[in-house]
Design a protein around this ligand. Structure first.
Ligand SMILES: CC(C)(COP(=O)(O)OP(=O)(O)OC[C@H]1O[C@@H](n2cnc3c(N)ncnc32)[C@H](O)[C@@H]1OP(=O)(O)O)[C@@H](O)C(=O)NCCC(=O)NCCS
Length: 198
C-alpha cells in the first residue's frame, strides 16, 4: 500500500470508492455517555450519476472547498487502485485540526488502510503543531469503532463544534489528543508524481 498526497483534480477518485456497508451497530450519546445499540441497516454506495445528498458529486462538492483552502487530501493505493481517502484540515480551531473525510473502499476494509491514512494525516497536522484532532463521526460501528481504536474520546460541552453539530447532529463528535511527534514507523508519503483521476 502506498499513501500519496493528492490535489483538487484528484477528487473524482472518490467515485472509485465503494462506500456501501452493512451496519449492525449504531452509536448515540445519552446523558453524556456513548452507548451502542444493534441495528440492521444497509448503507448503499454513493450515486455515481446524480447530485443528491448521497452522490459522488455531493461528496466532491463537500470536499472541494476544504482542499481548496489548504486541507490535505491523501489517498491510499493498492496496486494503483484507490483503496481509501482522507482529508484533514490543520487550520480548523486554535491547536485543533479537523478530520473532514475518511472513506475506505468496501473491498479493502479491515486491512489497515484507514490506520495508515490516519497516521499519515496525523503526521501532517502535527507538523504544523496541532495537538488535537476533531472528528464528527458517522454513528456507525465501523466509524466510531475505528476512531475509538485511534484513541479518540467523546467531545463534551463546549468542546463540541457548533457548526459541525448543526450540520450532523446525529454524528458522534470526538476529539483525539495527538501524541508529540516522535520518530516512528509512519508510512512514507510518496513524493513521486501525483495520481491523476483520468
Ligand atoms: C471506518 C472505516 C474508515 C475503517 O477503515 P478500515 O481500513 O477498515 O480500518 P482499519 O482496518 O485500519 O481498522 C483499524 C481498527 O479500527 C477498528 N475498526 C475498523 N472497522 C471496524 C468495525 N467495522 N467495527 C469495529 N471496529 C472497527 C478496529 O479496532 C480495527 O482494528 P482490527 O482490524 O485490528 O480489529 C471504514 O469502515 C469505512 O470506510 N466505512 C464507511 C465510511 C465511514 O463510515 N467513514 C467514516 C466517516 S466519519
Amino acid at each position: 500500500m502506498r499513501i500519496r498526497q493528492l490535489s483538487l483534480a484528484d477528487l473524482p477518485l472518490l467515485g472509485h470508492i465503494d462506500r456501501a456497508e452493512h451496519q449492525q451497530i449504531q452509536y448515540l450519546v445519552e446523558n453524556g455517555q456513548l452507548i451502542s445499540r444493534p441495528i440492521d441497516f444497509d448503507v448503499p454506495g454513493w450515486d455515481p450519476v446524480g447530485t443528491g445528498a448521497h452522490s459522488v458529486a455531493n461528496m466532491i462538492e463537500f470536499a472541494q472547498p476544504i482542499v481548496a483552502r489548504g486541507g490535505v487530501l491523501l489517498g491510499a493505493f493498492v496496486a494503483d487502485a484507490v483503496a481509501g481517502v482522507v482529508i484533514v484540515e490543520a487550520a480548523f480551531e486554535p491547536d485543533m485540526a479537523w478530520l473532514a473525510l475518511l472513506h475506505v473502499d468496501r473491498a479493502h476494509r479491515r486491512h489497515g488502510v484507514a490506520s495508515e491514512l490516519w497516521d499519515a494525516a496525523v503526521d501532517r497536522v502535527r507538523a504544523i503543531e496541532a495537538s488535537h484532532l476533531y472528528v464528527s463521526a458517522t454513528p456507525s460501528g465501523s466509524a466510531v469503532g475505528f476512531y475509538l481504536s485511534r484513541g479518540c474520546r467523546l467531545a463534551t460541552g463546549s468542546e463540541v463544534n457548533d457548526g459541525l453539530y448543526d450540520l450532523e447532529p446525529d454524528d458522534i463528535h470526538l476529539i483525539c489528543e495527538l501524541q508529540p511527534n516522535v520518530e516512528s514507523s509512519q508510512p512514507q508519503l510518496d513524493s513521486g508524481p501525483q495520481h491523476k483521476a483520468r
